[in-house]
Write a protein that binds this ligand. Structure first.
Ligand code: BGC
Length: 416
């Protein structure tokens, strides 16, 4: 090879390397973290990857709970263009794993010792058939109340601890001309409230029987009717413009003092923090009255889609970044959730975060930790969506409680 040829070959090789590095240096992530609090949490991850020279190709699909994101994902995969990683909940991960769409993360998981540090309740969704197919980002829980503290103080309302006290508190707020319950009328938000009301009304055995075991007797019970009756009571305390409102706008109503309470998972805390609010000064976080000893949880995980035989270097870097203790602390501090591993300390977390972690540990050891129906951790999407339809129809007055109970039984039966 003469000198000129050698030079050309070297130049071409350098070009090829830099081109493949450029192509390899991006990771496309589909997610629904589009609110202010969620975006600040996501920035923690983007910055972490940027420091490793990995670019972020953003694929946001707005819509709390991920309903719209899952529709977009289906279209992407069907057209043979799956994103590298996807934010996903519980049984959705299992459904995609069954289709053989997810990559095997076992070599990374083994090297990182994931088996020993990720709680069993999460591994149930991170693994399929002995293979790690998703990396857990956090643990959220859904049975929370977020309250504007100065407003409650001004109205002389103490933190409610029972259903009756909650009703009295909502009534007092309404009488004072404020909105008692900040809510957005979207199916997943209605279901999030329903989750908490069901646990409060029927207790853990009922929750297990109805939403996890899908026992027709529990689904068709008088207890279920009472749950719907209570949903009707709550419906009486939302404002006139609730229909279609996004959850973070509902959080803003509590943040601004226009409303007293929001019944929402602890991603709501991310909005309060993002607005500069301080727990126990500006806002209160407490378990939905009657569910103090139970936790209905969900965990966001990044499912990694196979894009060839092996996990790509960027997918591996994303997985390793997400599971690292430093990231788990930094991200979850902002997001409102708690770490998805058992070996990190939450001593730097705020009061709500510490409560979330303590509640979770206690619920787990006393058998009171349940996958959230509303957030895809009790049943596959087919069943969840069937329940959503009935819950939303009843909340909007299409069914009375008795009809809703009958519809619940038949919708669940048909969905299986
Ligand atoms: C996710 C949270 C998210 C929330 C609202 C939940 O299903 O687990 O991470 O913040 O939806 O979008």
């Amino acid at each position: 090879m003469n000198r000129i040829m050698r030079k050309t070959v070297t130049a071409l090789a350098a070009l090829a390397t830099s081109a493949s590095m450029a192509a390899a240096a991006d990771v496309e992530v589909l997610h629904w973290w589009t609110s202010g609090g969620e975006a600040s949490a996501l920035n923690v991850l983007k910055e972490d990857l940027a420091a490793q020279g990995i670019g972020w190709q953003d694929m946001p699909v707005a819509g709390g709970g991920g309903t719209q994101a899952m529709t977009v994902l289906r279209a992407r995969v069907t057209s043979g263009n799956a994103p590298a990683a996807v934010q996903m909940l519980g049984f959705d991960i299992t459904d995609w794993a069954k289709e053989g769409a997810l990559a095997n993360l076992n070599p990374i998981a083994e090297e990182g010792g994931w088996d020993a540090v990720v709680p069993e309740a999460l591994q149930k969704f991170s693994k399929y058939d002995g293979e790690w197919i998703a990396v857990p980002v956090n643990i959220h829980s859904t049975n929370w109340v977020w309250a504007n503290k100065p407003l409650l103080d001004e109205l002389g309302i103490a933190q409610p601890t029972t259903w009756d006290e909650l009703v009295a508190a909502m009534e007092a707020v309404k009488a004072a001309g404020k909105t008692a319950v900040a809510h957005g009328g979207q199916a997943w938000q209605d279901a999030t409230i329903f989750d908490a009301v069901a646990m409060a009304t029927g207790g853990p055995e009922f929750y297990q029987a109805a939403f996890i075991d899908l026992d027709p007797e529990a689904l068709g019970s008088d207890t279920m009717k009472e749950v719907f009756d209570r949903m009707t009571v709550i419906r009486g305390y939302v404002d006139d413009n609730f229909s279609g409102r996004d959850w973070n706008l509902a959080s803003a109503m509590v943040i601004n003092g226009d409303a007293a309470f929001q019944f929402m998972g602890d991603w709501a805390k991310g909005e309060f923090l993002n607005a500069g609010k301080v727990p126990n000064e500006d806002f209160l976080c407490f378990r939905f009255p009657g569910t103090e000893n139970q936790v209905t949880f969900n965990t966001d995980q990044f499912a990694v889609f196979s894009q060839g035989d092996e996990v790509s270097p960027e997918q591996a870097a994303l997985a390793e970044a997400v599971i690292s203790p430093e990231f788990q602390i930094a991200f979850n501090t902002v997001k409102g959730s708690v770490p998805a591993r058992t070996d990190v300390s939450v001593e730097t977390f705020d009061a709500c975060g510490q409560k979330a972690y303590a509640d979770l540990k206690a619920a787990s050891s006393s058998g009171n930790l349940f996958g959230s129906m509303a957030h895809g951790h009790a049943n596959p999407a087919s069943v969840k969506n069937a329940m959503y339809d009935v819950i939303t129809a009843q909340f909007n007055g299409e069914f009375d409680s008795e009809t809703a109970v009958e519809e619940m039984v038949s919708a669940v039966e048909l969905s299986q």
